[in-house]
Design a binder for this molecule. Structure first.
Ligand SMILES: Nc1ncnc2c1ncn2[C@@H]1O[C@H](COP(=O)(O)OP(=O)(O)OP(=O)(O)O)[C@@H](O)[C@H]1O
Ligand SMILES: [Mg+2]
Length: 391
């Protein structure tokens, strides 16, 4: 069967031959600390994929590595150790034991590992506190809401203190509001814990909120791997394009991805040079950066003229600080209010305060209105990496 698939047979042909090819072609590696989302419709092979990653299923072809260790074909005992020491799983239907307390449920994985009771207790309590369930330790699962039960499931995985979390549709059974809360909680928890997460979902919005990268699966194959923005702006084929067509682009696109190239003055140019630069760029103000491209502020033509009159040799002292530059990771929908208050382009900075570009209304409208289409693979103008040229 594997040979027939390699020769291009599709799932239907294999099915006719009496077998199921659940996962056909899925190659990727996940970086330490990354949240990698696998997204696809029901039956696309997501659960099968995750079960191969944790060794519950052995692939009929291909390899799975955890760090440098190949787990494909590992003897059962070694495999069990990898599963217990290296990764924890969070399930869709929580998989809680109904007759055990919340505390026992959270410590369940540790008990299987054979840890002593006092240790289990400590780790389970800590994990429950992390997910906001302090005070609920002695309750039973049926006394909890769905969201709380999933928190217990998450606490159980956290208590095991593994570096890798595997989450298969972990939030899919939850009501939309609770689901969102859980997503927020996972994001903020993991900002602190830095775990490597493989998160399976059929919900594109969830994928885009959580994933550093997203793999889109269709009929057992990964058809595209990329960041939310890449998937949105450069869908690999029509299937992905149709998938993303209803996404609220303003929530996914970030300031850094839609900003426009801009020219920044260096602080040590003379007022004369600055004025002629403005003249050449047909503007009456420019942003100013230091030698390392860090944003210092803005300079207007009027300030320049004043600096000339005051006899300054460089513009540095005339620079006016910018109140609140936009962080590059800000979603576009958080910019609208600010743009309405600011008549001038908003400067966008990166983690190191470096100017990466400016937000203009034109760019925002362009990014919002772009129809995703598969043909134009390659970065479109609106999302091409902005650059700042220093003068
Ligand atoms: N043990 C099995 N025996 C036979 N076929 C299977 C088995 N497990 C899964 N399949 C089939 O493999 C395909 C992929 O299933 P899988 O459960 O991996 O999909 P999924 O993407 O997780 O779907 P869902 O979103 O419904 O959970 C499906 O066609 C399914 O019917
Ligand atoms: Mg599944």
């Amino acid at each position: 069967m594997v040979r027939r698939l390699e020769q291009g047979a599709d799932q239907e042909e294999i099915r006719k031959a009496g077998a199921t090819a659940a996962v056909v072609d899925a190659s990727f590696s996940v970086a330490e600390g990354e949240t990698f989302v696998v997204m696809g419709l029901s039956g696309s092979g997501k659960s099968t994929l995750i079960r191969m990653i944790n060794g519950l299923l052995t692939p009929s072809a291909g390899h799975v590595y955890v760090d440098d260790e190949e787990i494909t074909g590992m003897p059962p005992k070694a495999l069990r150790d990898v599963r217990q020491q290296r990764m924890s799983m969070v399930f869709q239907h929580f998989a809680l034991l109904p007759h055990r307390t919340v505390l026992d449920n959270a410590g369940y994985g540790l008990r299987i590992k054979g840890m002593d009771n006092a240790e289990i207790d400590k780790h389970a309590r800590e994990a429950l506190a992390m997910v906001g369930l302090e005070g609920w330790e002695q309750r039973y699962p049926q006394q909890l809401s769905g969201g709380m039960r999933q928190r217990v499931g998450l606490a159980r995985a956290l208590a095991a203190q593994t570096d890798v979390l595997l989450m298969d549709e972990a939030f899919s059974a939850l009501d939309p509001l609770i689901k969102r809360e859980m997503q927020d909680q996972l994001l903020s928890l993991n900002a602190r814990l830095g775990k490597t997460i493989i998160f399976i979902t059929h919900d594109l919005n969830e994928a885009m909120r959580l994933g550093d990268r997203i793999a889109v699966m269709r009929a057992g194959r990964i058809v595209q791997i990329g960041t939310s923005e890449q998937i949105l702006n450069e869908p690999a084929d029509d299937y992905v394009a149709r998938f993303v067509q209803d996404v609220d682009r303003s929530r996914v696109l970030t300031a850094a991805s839609i900003c426009e190239e801009c020219t920044a003055l260096k602080a040590d140019v003379s007022p004369d040079e600055a004025l002629s630069m403005m003249h050449r760029h047909d503007t009456d103000r420019l942003f100013v950066s230091d030698g390392g491209r860090r944003l210092l502020g803005m300079l207007s033509a009027a300030d320049c003229e004043q600096a000339l009159r005051d006899g300054h040799s460089v513009v540095r002292e005339a620079v006016v600080a910018v109140d609140d530059p936009v962080d590059g990771s800000t979603p576009m929908n958080a910019l609208f209010a600010r743009m309405s208050r600011h008549p001038v382009p908003l400067p966008v900075i990166d983690d190191e305060q470096r100017l990466v570009g400016v937000i203009t209304p034109g760019k925002v409208f362009e990014a919002l209105s772009r129809e995703p289409h598969a043909e134009s693979v390659g970065a479109p103008a609106a999302v091409k990496e902005a650059s700042v040229s220093d003068v």
